[in-house]
Design a protein around this ligand. Structure first.
Ligand SMILES: [Zn+2]
Ligand SMILES: [Zn+2]
Length: 129
């Protein structure tokens, strides 16, 4: 095990919890239609991890899945309806809204590499939020 960061989060009702020992691969602000719909706001803060760096701790049985643009599958909590995460199997990436793990420190805006990554997943990142 590394001595890296440790972050914990989950849905509002607490049924689904997840954790990671890694800093996110990318962070970004996005105002694509999907993100705006999920948070009901003009933009959403996204966090991205390699799929093997994020673990679901509890609530796997509560998750309800739906397909999203960009080839991913979104999961939300069947009890409280909170969006928990989205998986992109082909990219081996897992995406979370920052509201799911509020402790992760955010860099201001995305750099070019991170932006390209979010675009590939069907997002519309804002470079200067
Ligand atoms: Zn919940
Ligand atoms: Zn988006």
């Amino acid at each position: 095990m590394s001595n890296g960061p440790f972050y914990q989060g989950g849905c509002r009702c607490g049924a689904v919890t997840l954790m990671t020992c890694h800093a996110p691969l990318a962070t970004g602000h996005c105002d694509c239609a999907t993100c705006r719909e999920v948070v009901g706001a003009r933009q959403r803060v996204l966090l991205l991890w390699p799929a093997d760096q994020l673990q679901l701790a509890t609530g796997v049985d509560e998750l309800v899945s739906s397909r999203i643009p960009g080839g991913g599958v979104a999961y939300h909590c069947g009890r409280c309806g909170d969006s928990v995460l989205a998986e992109y199997p082909e990219e081996a990436l897992v995406e979370l809204g920052a509201e799911t793990i509020p402790d992760v420190p955010l860099e201001p805006g995305s750099d070019d590499t991170q932006e390209a990554l979010f675009v590939r997943l069907g997002h519309r990142p804002i470079v200067e939020p």
